[in-house]
Ligand binder design. Sequence first.
Ligand SMILES: Cc1ncc(COP(=O)(O)O)c(C=O)c1O
Length: 394
Amino acid sequence: MKLAERMERIGVESAFDVLVRARGLEATGQSVVHLEIGEPDFPTPPNIVEAAKRALDEGWTHYGPTQGLPELREAIASYISRTRQIAVGPEHVCVVPGGKPILFFPMLALLEPGDEVIYPDPGFPIYQSMIRFLGAKPVPIPLIEQRGFSFDLNVLEDSLSPKTKMLILNSPQNPTGGLIPEEDIRAIAKMALDRDLIVLSDEIYSRIYYTAEPPFSIATVPGMKEKTIILDGFSKTYAMTGWRIGYGVMPEYLVDAVNKLMVNSNSCTASFTQRAAISALVDPQTHVENMVQEFRRRRDAFCKALNQIPGFRCTIPGGAFYAFANVRGTGMGSKELADLLLEEAGVACLNGAAFGEYGEGYIRFSYANSIQNLMEAARRIQEISERWHVCAAL
Ligand SMILES: Cc1ncc(COP(=O)(O)O)c(C=O)c1O
């Protein structure tokens, strides 16, 4: 049976492919340091696990409301109102299985063939995949390493057209760890306010940052709440990637559309995980603080080690748990280098070009791994780097 034509336009995430290749190598006895996958290596905090167990015992094992349990939506609305300094209520919140459905559903509800969508490049591969899948036109905007991997605002402004329906922002960013400075966000909001477009603000890494101030949300700018979909969730902040729970905060007309897509696809998000998510939000946040502190320690140590390797240059990331190293100095393409690092050095990492054409010349390393493993990875890369310098000298 022939698949629908649209399936030719849908993409994948290379992190999962590299994981499979790395596991294949391990099965042959090779040791691999895993720096490819984007998830905290910490366990889910015990208070959340306990809350889920309690919920199972109490019988939270049935269907619930499509939009999410009212108590959880209340907790999310109050959390978002506090952290983004805006007034939102539970009627603006959709609870869904992970952060990803807040890309999938609103894009499905809004985009038509010919609409243009602006998004960061390098960026989370699902943005481009979904834009193309829906027949809309991808308009990638390069991120500038010298600007801490933020946009050139002139390029962004020039890319806006009457057909621009959506602008995707992601700060802190995957794959670069970059943050968009508040003044840039305010300038972007100014461009968006007098245009008929919606901003999809992917804030899944909102709690993982190393700057003095938290990342600034475009929804905070007066007038922007009505034009913004905030994507956030529990996967990264609370090390809950396998629980599949996330949420979106958006204008009510979009809530209705997302509810319809949810009822057609999932009915609802699992009830006991939603009960656990309430505990995640309202209980003390010590586990998040400790995790971020540990990520900071690893970031500092790993980036320092990478910067000592000939051919590597790594900007210190302001958030998330990714180091996005410029590897042009090695003289190798980033796919060739990522393959070499996996196969010859046993370091699993991602080719920057898997995040878009402007990612060529970079490698993404996830530092969600122990200091010991990170130092071992740096040692292995250093060792193999001697080989490419010998080749270059020939
Ligand atoms: C930028 C970005 N947005 C969204 C997601 C999706 O998160 P979730 O696992 O909650 O679906 C990820 C996960 O890697 C991400 O990196």
